[in-house]
Design a protein around this ligand. Sequence first.
Ligand code: ATP
Length: 316
Amino acid sequence: MTAIVETKNLTRYYGEQLALNHLNLQIPVGAVYGFIGPNGAGKTTTMRILTTLLQPSGGEAWVAGLSVTQQRAEVRRVVGFMPDSFGFYNNMTAAEYLDFFAAAYHVPPARRRALIDDLLALVDLAHKRDSDVMSLSRGMKQRLSLARTLIHDPQLLILDEPASGLDPRARVELRELLRELRRLGKTIMISSHILTELAEMCTHIGIIERGTLLASGDVETIMRSLRPHRTFAIHVISDIATAAEIASTADHVLAVRTINDDGPPRIEVDIDGDDHAVSALLARLVSNGTAIIHFAAQTGNLEEIFLKVTEGIVGS
Ligand SMILES: Nc1ncnc2c1ncn2[C@@H]1O[C@H](COP(=O)(O)OP(=O)(O)OP(=O)(O)O)[C@@H](O)[C@H]1O
């Protein structure tokens, strides 16, 4: 794994208050890294340090191998930052807004027009090119702000709570845009205190609370470490009690539940074996006459992971 972001014992005090406590974080190149934690956990502090806007009190951090304390100008060239509140100016069109930032990043005037048109097209705002930024919806402002962070073609995008305050449609558009940016080779770090906002968007997650990283890694690995067995939902149209009995005698099966709710008749099987054990379970059911119409692994969601990881810590 090549890490684009790495922190070592990153620590930050505000006066007496410890906001970040020896944070050791790694974000692989190409990841969409969801940085999750409740209000005041230290997400913004971490992001501001990674973007060189804030100095750590201790420890170190690197972005694309560059030190955020020693090589600040170089770091700024490879990072695009979207803060949680964005400032817009009155009497400026979307194109003028981007032109202003392109000039600030020393993009030569001859290249600016094409760059701005490309960015507006990417964030689906070409039709708002000449509209006053103050007239744009919150979702559009969010996308324009994202276009601004892309002006200098950074490798890493750091987005602080980009989905907050967006309606469901704007959120879907944001998710699609992030997917597109990932396809374009960007690594994305994105924070939220609402887990479901990040579900489906992330390849990796880090969970932070009170300045401490509680878990970090790819979503699958974290799920597996929290839930050592897998659960399969099996919908049957033959006798369900018989199916449950057959399943319970298969190797590696820990528990079988018969589900009788409003949904289709089904059993849920907890199994701690590998894929061979799963396939043997299916074969056993079928060879013993169970009529199966659906067989699928249950996937937990980020909400579940978060609650497990923070068990005993939240509210203690
Ligand atoms: N400028 C500051 N002065 C004093 N304390 C601060 C300052 N900025 C942040 N803090 C404190 O540091 C801790 C971490 O704050 P931070 O803003 O990094 O958390 P966060 O996870 O981004 O929270 P939120 O989701 O509310 O933005 C909090 O306890 C906060 O009160």
